[in-house]
Design a protein around this ligand. Structure first.
Ligand code: ZN
Length: 255
C-alpha cells in the first residue's frame, strides 16, 4: 500500500446552466457515458435566461455536488439588483424569482461565492470580484492568480471555454487551447473555464463542460467536452413561458 491520502476521484465540472434542463440532462448523460463522475462541481448561474429553473435546481440537488453562486442566482434572490442586467436578462431574473418556491430561492441564496476543494478554488467570476468579473483579459487573469491559495482555479461566467496558465509566477500568463486535455501539474498553475452548459457564447451551440479525473496521467487531467442537446424543446419552453424571444433565438446561434 502507498501513502496516498487523496482518493481517486472524477468530477463533472459545469457552469452557467441557466435553467436549460435539456442541455443539463444531455451533459449528465454524456459524462455518464464517458467514464462517469463521483461529484458535480458547479460554478454558478444555475438559473436565469431559460424556462426550467426549478427542475434544474432539483436535478443538481439530486446529485452529489458542491456549488457556488453566480450573478444570476444572486439577481433572483435579491442579492444583486436585476436592474444591472440588460432587458432580456432582467426580465428572465424577475420571471424566475416569481416561479421559484421559497425553498428553491433559499437554496440559491445560501450558495457561497467561493469554495475550495482540495487543489481547486471554485468561483463564478473571479477572485477579486466573485460574481461579476469576466476572466477574459491578461490583467484579470493575473489578478486572480495573485489571490489563489491553491494551484488551480475553476471559473465560469463568460460562457467561453478558456484556460489560462502562468508562464512565470506572478509575471506572465498565457492562453492554452481549451479543447486539449490538460494535465494538472502542481508546478503549473491554471485557471480553467468549462464554458456554458445552457447558453454557450463561443459560436458553438452545443453544451460545454469539463471532466476531471484525479488519477489520469499521474497528476490528473481536465478534459473538455461538447454535447448536442434537444435545443428545439428548450426554445419552445422559453417561448411558452413568455420569456423574451431573443433568449430562445440565441441558443441556436451559440452566442
Ligand atoms: Zn452565466
Amino acid at each position: 500500500m502507498g501513502c496516498a491520502t487523496i482518493p481517486a476521484m472524477r468530477a463533472l465540472v459545469v457552469s452557467d446552466i441557466h435553467s436549460n434542463l435539456e442541455a443539463f440532462d444531455a451533459v449528465l448523460a454524456d459524462a455518464e457515458e464517458h467514464g462517469g463522475y463521483d461529484i458535480v462541481w458547479f460554478l454558478g448561474d444555475l438559473v436565469g435566461y431559460g424556462a426550467d429553473p426549478g427542475r434544474c435546481i432539483e436535478r443538481l440537488q439530486e446529485l452529489p455536488n458542491v456549488a457556488v453562486a453566480g450573478n444570476h442566482d444572486h439577481a433572483v434572490t435579491g442579492k444583486l439588483n436585476p436592474d444591472l442586467f440588460n432587458g432580456a436578462a432582467r426580465a428572465a431574473a424577475l420571471w424566475t424569482a416569481d416561479v421559484l418556491t421559497y425553498d428553491e430561492l433559499a437554496y440559491l441564496a445560501g450558495l457561497p461565492e467561493v469554495r475550495t476543494e482540495g487543489d481547486f478554488t471554485h468561483v463564478h467570476g473571479s477572485l477579486r470580484d466573485p460574481v461579476m468579473e469576466y476572466l477574459l483579459s491578461e490583467p484579470a487573469a493575473l489578478a486572480t492568480f495573485a489571490l489563489m491559495g491553491t494551484p488551480f482555479c475553476l471559473v465560469g461566467h463568460s460562457h467561453f471555454p478558456i484556460v489560462w496558465t502562468e508562464n512565470e509566477h506572478g509575471a506572465d500568463v498565457a492562453l492554452l487551447d481549451p479543447t486539449e486535455p490538460l494535465g494538472m501539474h502542481q508546478d503549473r498553475r491554471v485557471i480553467a473555464n468549462p464554458g456554458s452548459v445552457g447558453q454557450p457564447r463561443d459560436g458553438d451551440w452545443r453544451a460545454s463542460y469539463l471532466l476531471y479525473d484525479s488519477e489520469a496521467e499521474d497528476a490528473g487531467v481536465l478534459e473538455h467536452r461538447r454535447v448536442e442537446y434537444d435545443i428545439a424543446t428548450a426554445q419552445r419552453k422559453i417561448r411558452e413561458a413568455g420569456l423574451p424571444e431573443v433568449l430562445a433565438d440565441r441558443l441556436a446561434r451559440g452566442h
